[in-house]
Design a protein around this ligand. Structure first.
Ligand code: AMP
Ligand code: MG
Length: 354
């Protein structure tokens, strides 16, 4: 079914890239699929006003079609044509756009229901990455784009990971190097009395609180949905970011966790997403450093590629540290807890307890 000749275009200099970007923009207008880099993760773009393009996006990703797509615009005010905006939308836009923030707004008829998974609301984002922004501007249409991974896999943060998942399934892949943030956008919904945070990302809870007095964090950000619970955002219900081997998150005092990891390395083939500080104390095989203990930005940048690398080791189990809930830690926590299917092991001095 998928046998497209995917064209790979490397972009290192934006001004020299006008010709390929214009070509990619034309392909988007004609209903084709273009993968492009953003500051969060790579996006799989199609024409957001074209129901057929949406169908192609879902098919290329193997994504359930009730999981809505985010509409990308070149300027915050371009959202007017596709959504009913709100004064709070413009306060958020002034503070964070272009940037890693997605806002859910009531949808206008210009966006087909197949793009929003049947919902009467639409998710809007204005990306800051110059390649993404210029591509959308040249296309002159809203670009519907989910993350450019096969459904269920970690989002791609470099061209190599996109190529592995989507080569032959899309028309063009624009390679813009590594993504700066590495986690998908923060998603908020505007409610009567404030904001509901549906997915944490590069724009933190604290940053949102600077713009809006009332910011509520949806329960599903940190907790597992009950079997009978209806998700506020359709994406919450899907298993996400998941490596093939089970991922277990470790919590506990630093030295106790390190001793546990040393014992496990001696006992079985495990991949470890470790802090730089732990490197010297662990065996090098299947060890994947994700950054300094306090360097949440680096950990965010490396997480998704690290999960893919961990799978490539063929390890029977993957260990990683449970991130803190503060700052960018909340976004890391949200992705990792779901990748781990909520498996957290509390390590005590005397041994492990789940
Ligand atoms: P992705 O494009 O892979 O970053 O995922 C986009 C996510 O945005 C989806 O999984 C949804 O959960 C969320 N989303 C998109 N549109 C809406 C909407 N209209 N209402 C609530 N959540 C949405
Ligand atoms: Mg995604």
């Amino acid at each position: 079914m998928f046998s497209l000749q995917t064209e790979l275009i490397k972009i290192t200099n934006l001004t020299a890239a006008e010709e390929p970007l214009s070509r990619a923009a034309a392909i988007l207008r004609q209903g084709g699929l273009v993968v492009f880099p953003t500051e969060t993760v790579y996006g799989l773009g199609g024409n957001g006003t074209d129901a057929n393009a949406a169908k192609r996006i879902y098919a290329a990703k193997g994504r359930p079609s009730d999981n809505p797509l985010i509409i990308h615009v070149a300027r915050p005010e371009d959202a007017e044509a596709y959504a009913v905006t709100h004064p709070l939308y413009y306060r958020l836009a002034n503070a964070f756009m272009p940037g890693p923030l997605t806002v859910i707004l009531p949808k206008r008829d210009t966006i087909p229901l197949s793009v929003t998974g049947g919902l009467d609301s639409v998710a809007v984002r204005c990306p800051a990455h110059p390649v993404a922004n210029r591509l959308i501007e040249l296309a002159g249409i809203p670009v519907a784009a989910p993350s450019a991974n096969l459904s269920g896999k970690p989002s791609p943060t470099c061209a190599e990971d996109v190529i592995r998942d989507l080569s032959g399934r899309v028309d063009i892949i624009l390679d813009g190097g590594d993504c700066e943030i590495g986690l998908e956008s923060t998603i908020v919904k505007i409610e009567d009395d404030g904001l509901l945070l549906l997915r944490p990302g590069g724009i933190t809870y604290d940053a949102l609180c600077m713009v809006c007095e009332r910011v509520r964090v949806a329960d599903a950000v940190t907790h597992q949905l009950a079997a009978n619970e209806r998700p506020l955002s359709p994406g919450m219900k899907y298993r996400h970011y998941a490596p093939t081997a089970p991922l277990v998150l470790l919590s506990g005092e630093d030295n106790a966790v390190l001793r546990f990891l040393q014992t496990e390395q001696a006992a079985r083939r495990c991949a470890i997403l470790c802090y730089e500080e732990e490197r010297a104390a662990l065996q090098p095989n299947c060890l994947i450093p994700v950054g300094g203990r306090e360097d949440l930005e680096q950990q965010a940048r490396r997480l998704f590629h690290a999960l893919r690398q961990a799978d490539d080791t063929g390890a029977e189990i993957i260990y990683a540290h449970l991130p803190p809930l503060e700052g960018l830690g909340l976004a890391l926590y949200n992705r990792m807890i779901r990748a781990a299917a909520h498996t957290v092991m509390q390590i005590r001095e005397t041994g492990a307890q789940q």
